[in-house]
Design a protein around this ligand. Structure first.
Ligand code: BGC
Length: 804
């Protein structure tokens, strides 16, 4: 724990003061106690730029925020596979945080992309825990090097947006450790984040905020985390349970709503006073860590824009190219698609940045003096094909040397708070690509979307570029890449499946409102494709470039490996083309020991290399001992099997260049006792075996509790009245009301909000007594409601008398 200078120690504060520190001061700040000399710490979203709101706070990105640089979102940054660049961008976000007076940036987000339809996948790195963990760690280091705190989120198993407040993620221990916690573990241990954010959902029957096993036993005791755990916004399920579990800070402020409950629990001996003191001390430590001296820096707006542009190009993945790219400078170009004029460059929700500037591809083409004709091709607000707009685009494509078609997902199709319902692009985008590519085979498709899509027209265009959501400079970066000023340096950090049926999690996603079962176990993304022999549309790790790399002299530093030792894989990479470029060497492990069932192929290490034409470099990829290990549930620890392992040096999860074999000695020889993974658990019996208990039944909707959602309550007359009141008092201005997408987001958010969340947000108006009385009424317990009211009245009368 850090030495606090100039601040009192928590133990010297009164119990009430200590408890008050454990909930925010307002929407974005920790509580200050000026009389005790305690200031506050300013938190702000995150992750790919700042969403700093000096006055009105919201967590849906609907109210104004200060201008900031909108860097590429995590999905684009992940495609760079470049830890140094991820750290550099995080460092630039830190500089903006310092300029705006922000102490902790709420990011990075590193939840695993369990399913390509999760609405928030654009904010996460990968389907693979190693990529997620390493890039998240780089991001943490990049922020914290500047004295700005990072917040790893959302801990844990928050892999869908639908029902995120209500759902209980049922996941077996081995899958939890190997897939869903491994990235957090890596980032916590290696980058030491100041803070971690507890997620909305439940994990195996307990809310993440109240989960002692996750927050204390695993995060602190096993991984050694000594920072602060805060709740996601209004996620705290039960304040007393949360404090007991090791969740230090409830956010945002609940205006003292539950302070009384916490104090009463301490008084009654149900909660250890030492627990409160420890959490209060962590809040003080965070405040101390956040203290700054000296003037705030200026934001180097142009420099950051240039960095955002470079990063967007580095994260752009060239999915296919028959040689048309890079474009020659003298060609006439038909620029097609409304996104060329109104770029899609970031996702909706709490990460929404108010960018300093936004570049469009169309402007950039024109700025370069390229002879362009522009056709909108579609109306971004409508999803049906518009024959007139498509005909206009086809005419433009016919007369130009080259057509560049910008399509993707409209903002309303993906965002925080909801999941996508299918993998397709809007029909009008598919119809446009098919028509334009038929009219001019020299067509380049440029995609802007936060997660995988299907491409029924895949064979038709000459080239396909995946820009994802590339931030404010995405438009300019696209044109840079098209002309080869910069190489598209990206490799997919996720699988593009050929159909939803090829996603192992699909039958269980998003589950029921109160329960989602992770029956696919370890078989997430390419782990499933590789094991089941399913061909993806585009594979994890795939990405082309404008130059060619030869790999030679692949070797491993030892043929026999003592269990617990790392292995170094080396090779010579030569740029045999005539342009500078970058390559990503991926090393996968394939456990042939047969000791325990494992995915056919698992990423064990990677390295990014940049070389000029003709240059060569010896690249060494370290495969840590942990990559050989599986989580042994029975023994509650990591075990390395003895036996044969293939080391696959690959360009993607389907393109293995060389396989070497090593023998591991001194590990375990047989599968230990306890529930090991028998693969995808299709039946209850298989899943129960893996869970080590019966598959639980989803929590019933009735009786209603503090955890019931407003939509659930809305099935009753009283609930409908409550919802109507909440809508009436919601602070919507006329502009917001006129914006259909925003209002839909609000509606969804309010529908799924649990009653206790409404209480937290109510700023003290909806007290627990009111909530519980309301619940009595909703559950038809009128007598109970009356008793509660009489008790409250009597207590109030006693207090009034005592004061007199
Ligand atoms: C999101 C968090 C975010 C917080 C504050 C929540 O809705 O899940 O990622 O940091 O709001 O805006």
């Amino acid at each position: 724990m850090i030495e606090v200078t100039g601040l009192p120690a928590a133990r010297d504060l009164s119990p009430a003061q200590q408890v008050s520190l454990l909930s925010g001061g307002d929407f974005w700040r920790t509580r200050s106690l000026p009389a005790a000399g305690i200031g506050s710490c300013v938190l702000s979203d995150g992750p790919h730029g700042l969403r700093f709101q000096p006055s009105i706070g919201d967590n849906l990105g609907t109210s104004a925020s200060e201008p900031a640089t909108c860097f590429p979102t995590a999905v684009t940054m992940a495609s760079t596979w470049d830890e140094a660049l991820v750290a550099e961008v995080a460092g630039a976000v830190a500089v903006e945080a310092l300029a705006l007076g922000v102490d902790v940036v709420l990011g990075p987000g590193l939840n695993i992309k369990r399913h390509p339809l999760c609405g928030r996948n654009f904010e996460y790195f990968s389907e693979d825990p190693l990529v997620s963990g390493r890039l998240a760690a780089a991001s943490v280091r990049g922020l914290q090097e500047w004295g700005v705190g990072a917040c790893l989120k959302h801990f844990a198993v928050n892999n869908q947006e639908g029902h995120r407040f209500l759902v209980d993620a049922i996941v077996d221990e081995r899958t939890l450790r190997e897939i869903y916690l491994a990235g957090f573990e890596y980032a916590v241990k290696t980058a030491v984040p100041w803070t971690v954010m507890a997620a909305y959902n439940q994990v195996n029957g307990e809310y993440a905020t109240d989960n002692r096993r996750l927050l204390t036993e695993i995060l602190r005791s096993e991984w050694g985390f000594d920072g602060l755990v805060m709740s996601d916004w209004a996620a705290t399920a039960d304040r007393v349970a949360a404090v007991a579990a090791g969740m230090d800070l409830e956010m945002p402020s609940s205006q003292g709503l539950s302070d009384g409950e916490v104090l009463a629990a301490v008084g009654a001996g149900r909660l250890a006073a030492a627990r409160v003191t420890a959490s209060a001390q962590r809040v003080l430590d965070l405040v101390a860590r956040s203290a700054k001296s000296g003037p705030r820096p200026e934001i180097p707006v142009d420099e950051h824009d240039a960095l955002a542009r470079r990063a967007a190009a580095e994260g752009t993945v060239l999915l296919a190219n028959d040689g048309l790219l890079p474009l020659a400078g003298d060609l006439s170009v038909a620029v097609i698609g409304a996104f060329a004029e109104q770029p899609r460059y970031q996702g909706a929700g709490s990460s929404l940045v108010n960018p300093f500037r936004v570049s469009s591809a169309l402007d950039e083409f024109r700025r370069r003096g390229v002879p362009v004709t522009f056709a909108r091709g579609y109306d971004p607000k409508r999803s049906g094909p518009d024959a007139g707009l498509i005909a206009e685009a086809v005419a433009a494509a016919r007369t130009a040397d080259v057509a560049v078609v910008l399509v993707g997902l409209p903002a309303a199709d993906e965002g925080e708070g909801f999941d996508r319902t299918h993998l397709r692009l809007p029909d009008q985008h598919d119809a446009l690509v098919a028509a334009v590519a038929a009219a001019n085979p020299r067509t380049v498709v440029a995609l802007s979307n936060g997660a995988p899509v299907l491409m029924p027209w895949r064979e038709a265009p000459a080239a396909i570029l995946e820009s994802y959501l590339g931030g404010q400079a995405a438009g300019a970066a696209l044109v840079d890449v098209l002309y080869g000023d910069v190489e598209p340096g990206g490799r997919l950090a996720e699988t593009f499946p050929a159909s939803l049926g090829d996603v192992a999690a699909d039958p269980y996603f998003p589950g029921e409102p109160h329960q989602v079962e992770y029956r696919e176990g370890l078989f997430v993304g390419y782990r499933h494709h590789a094991t089941a022999g399913v061909e993806p549309l585009f594979a994890f790790g795939h990405g082309l470039g404008y130059t060619t790399f030869a790999w030679d002299a692949v070797s491993v530093d030892r043929a026999t490996v003592d269990a617990g030792e790392p292995v170094a894989v080396s090779l010579t990479v030569t740029n045999v083309g005539d342009r500078p470029g970058s390559d990503v060497v991926q090393v996968y492990l394939s456990d042939r020991s047969g000791v325990v069932l494992r995915p056919r192929r698992e990423l064990a290490g990677f390295a990014k290399v940049r070389l000029g034409p003709g240059e060569r470099e010896t690249v060494t990829v370290s495969v840590p001992a942990r990559a050989f290990a599986f989580y042994d549930v029975g023994a509650a620890g990591w075990r390395i099997p003895s036996g044969s392992f293939d080391i696959e040096v690959a360009r993607s999860s389907v393109d293995v260049a060389e396989t070497l074999t090593v023998q591991v000695v001194g590990g375990v020889d047989t599968a230990p006792e306890g529930p090991q993974s028998p693969g995808v658990a299709a039946t209850d019996e298989q899943f129960a075996r893996r869970l080590g208990r019966a598959v639980p039944r989803p929590r019933p909707v009735r009786p209603f509790t503090r955890q019931s959602s407003l939509a659930e309550l809305g099935t009753t007359r009283i609930g409908r009245m409550l919802n109507a009141i909440l809508w009436r008092i919601a602070p919507f201005d006329e502009e917001t009301k006129a914006d259909e997408t925003t209002m839909r987001t609000y509606k969804r958010a309010l529908d799924e909000l649990p009653l206790r969340g409404a209480a937290i947000y109510s700023g003290g108006k909806l007290t627990w007594t009111r909530v519980d009385t309301l619940l009595d009424l909703l559950n038809g317990e009128r007598r109970q409601a009356a008793v509660r009211l009489v008790t409250v009245l009597a207590r109030t009368a006693r207090r009034v008398r005592a004061k007199r």
